[in-house]
Write a protein that binds this ligand. Structure first.
Ligand code: DHB
Ligand code: MG
Length: 221
């Protein structure tokens, strides 16, 4: 099925996702530096992030898990002039690559990329930091429950939270899989269930060029 999913993603991309030299360059540079290509979002998912930003008139974005900054640059392209993205990455090799891509993108003035564990970076933000309008959680899956709680402290009523890779080819339902990342995702679903600070939540399964996975979405109460 993977070949079909990839072919359909290619078809969608050809029809609906405009050529984007900046993002093409980001992918090229990432590949040239020898980094994997499965970690960043697919172009059609990047466009979904962009649509959510536009639908909600978002200005301030918080991203956990920068990797190559592909989604970061994608979102930056759809923010207003006075937009701002704070993104963080725990691996120093990744943040170096990300900064190279950000510098080449022309969006360095609105992207603040920091090295560090997401929880530490966010906990260390000044108390009076304005809340974020949109939060993209895409870092280590094991820590999603912790990240969700920390992000809620930096949210306002109406903040949209998008959590990537929450299905993992249905491994979340496999009782034999007790990997920390999978356990973390199950704990995340339990935490989201009836969370007093979330107004509505959902999750969708997806197939595509990145395989079988999915994402969760929530709106802060
Ligand atoms: C992995 C992580 C991601 O954020 C993603 O989008 C795809 C894969 C991973 O760790 O395997
Ligand atoms: Mg991801």
């Amino acid at each position: 099925m993977q070949n079909t999913w990839t072919a359909v993603d290619d078809y969608i991309e050809q029809h609906l996702i405009p050529e984007n030299p900046v993002l093409t360059q980001t992918l090229k540079h990432t590949e040239a530096r020898g980094f994997p290509s499965h970690l960043h979002v697919a172009p059609n998912q990047g466009m979904l992030l962009a649509m959510l930003l536009k639908m909600n008139n978002c200005k301030r974005v918080l991203e956990l898990g920068t990797f190559a900054a592909y989604s970061t640059i994608f979102m930056a392209q759809h923010l207003p002039e006075d937009g701002y993205i704070l993104t963080m990455e725990g691996r120093d090799t990744h943040i170096k690559l990300a900064q190279e891509n950000i510098d080449a993108s022309g969006y360095a003035h609105i992207i603040d990329a920091r090295l560090g564990r997401a929880a530490d970076v966010i906990e260390g933000l000044p108390e009076d930091t304005e809340p974020f309008d949109f939060i993209f959680i895409d870092a280590d899956k094991q820590s999603y429950p912790e990240y969700l709680e920390i992000c809620l402290k930096r949210s306002r009523s109406g903040t949209v939270i998008f959590l990537d890779n929450v299905i993992r080819a249905a491994e979340i339902l496999n009782p034999e899989n007790q990997k920390p990342s999978i356990v973390g995702l199950r704990d995340m679903f339990s935490l989201m269930q009836n969370h007093p600070r979330l107004s509505i939540s959902t999750a969708l399964q997806t197939v595509g060029s990145k395989g079988y996975d999915g994402f969760a979405l929530a709106i802060v109460k």
